[in-house]
Ligand binder design. Structure first.
Ligand code: NDP
Ligand code: MG
Length: 382
């Protein structure tokens, strides 16, 4: 039996994590969870899973919920609440499925308490990868990937020596606009961008997939999770999202992990690692029904955000923090229809250009850079 603390229970990954827990009550128990603003859904989840600790984003929502939750459920709020959930004494594993760099402080707090971390929240790794991996080493904590590409690589690496790896090959579906030329991107709308061909995900990551910043963030995520240089990380377009990623070894062998596009598979693997249990609700892969798988090389001019991410990753220091914060703000403006689709990358590029990089930044410097970038982006876009 594993005791789970779930950050971001009301989100796309959060609700799918609860589905995995629901399917395996003999293996998993939800002991603590956090939500943002969706308290209607949170109340349903609390009544079903009866966690003993729940954090909400605002004090206002906490007051609204007080009389509606079972007496044994303690309610907390804000960043402190998130940290309390991440460090809950009852939990052995923390699933971090919040959105954005708000996940950083709770992740570090959970590591200090020696919780195993199942990490979906890639923004946290992008913004402060060197600090998280340093903490994980120091406290001997395992970071288990939830992102499908990284779960695929993790599985294909199982037991092998990282020095025997020639390269990691991340697959990319290409997102909502993969069939459009760059010149056709000027007029695209939010609704079109939110219509991902293969995956149903939260709004922010769906836009990140359309700009392909998602793949850029994943390159940086892979760099930190697998301690491998950027030269050894490659991206290949694969529109079916059946091969979730690959590892090429120095002897020429390539190991891939395949499956239907279903996040519950990597979520469950992170929860059961190093074991596997029967997946009861999954559409099995029928390659004969799919027939063909397609692959093509990534064009960095078409997908400028991937190039920006490689550059930020290679230069390092505070630059990935800027990349991530600028992207979070630009995507929020795009979703509010206050910035065009191509404006996202233009604004991120401006923020990167204006930044004076601090190498090997401390946690305080990262937090300050994150804030400064957000402020800069608001003024640039307005
Ligand atoms: P969603 O937007 O669907 O969910 C985000 C969750 O975080 C919600 O529970 C939300 O609460 C909560 N949240 C958001 N902002 C705050 C905040 N400031 N304080 C506290 N809680 C907050 O996102 P996804 O589930 O799509 O993505 C979550 C993470 O997983 C991201 O980092 C994403 O990149 C990564 N990921 C997602 C995949 C997917 O298939 N969705 C695949 C691979 C990675 P509420 O809704 O209650 O406001
Ligand atoms: Mg992914």
């Amino acid at each position: 039996m594993k005791q789970i603390s779930l950050l971001g229970a009301t989100g796309s990954i959060g609700t799918q994590t609860l589905e995995v827990i629901r399917q395996h009550p003999e293996h998993f128990e939800l002991v603590a969870m956090s939500v943002g603003k969706n308290i209607d859904l949170a109340l349903k989840q609390i009544l079903e899973f009866k966690p003993s600790l729940v954090s909400v984003q605002s004090k206002f929502d906490l007051d609204k919920m007080k009389d509606l939750v079972p007496v044994q459920t303690k309610l907390v709020w804000g960043e402190e609440g998130l940290i309390e959930v991440a460090t809950s004494a009852k939990a052995t594993i923390v699933v971090n499925a919040v959105l954005g760099s708000v996940g950083l402080a709770p992740t570090l707090a959970a590591i200090k308490e020696r919780k195993t971390i199942a990490i979906a929240n890639k923004e946290t790794l992008v913004t402060a990868g060197h600090i998280i991996t340093e903490y994980a080493k120091k406290y001997e904590v395992q970071l288990l990937p939830v992102d499908s590409e990284h779960s695929a690589i993790f599985q294909a690496l199982n037991g092998e020596d990282i020095n025997d790896v020639e390269k990691l090959i991340l697959t990319a579906s290409g997102g909502s606009f993969r069939d459009l030329k760059r010149s056709e991107l000027t007029e695209v709308t939010v609704d079109q961008a939110l219509n991902h061909p293969n995956w149903s995900m939260g709004a922010k990551i769906t836009i990140d997939s359309a700009t392909m910043m998602n793949k850029g963030l994943e390159v940086i995520e892979a760099h930190w999770l697998f301690d491998i240089s950027y030269e050894k990380i490659e991206v290949v377009l694969h529109k079916e999202s059946i091969i979730h990623s690959m590892v090429e070894y120095i002897d020429g062998s390539v190991l891939a992990q395949l499956g239907t596009p279903d996040m519950k598979v990597p979520i469950q693997y992170a929860l059961t690692y190093p074991n596997r249990i029967k997946n009861k609700g999954n559409d099995r892969l029928k390659l004969w029904e799919i027939g063909k798988l397609h692959f093509s090389q990534l064009d960095f001019e078409r997908y400028r955000c991937v190039e920006l991410a490689y550059e930020a990753g290679r230069i390092g220091g505070t630059l990935p923090t800027v990349l991530n914060a600028a992207n979070e703000i630009a995507v929020a403006y795009f979703l509010e229809k206050r910035l065009s689709f191509l404006g996202i990358e233009t604004m991120i590029e401006k923020a990167l250009e204006k930044h004076n990089v601090i190498s090997r930044p401390s946690l305080e410097e990262i937090i300050a850079t994150d804030l400064e970038t957000r402020t800069l982006m608001h003024s640039l876009i307005k």
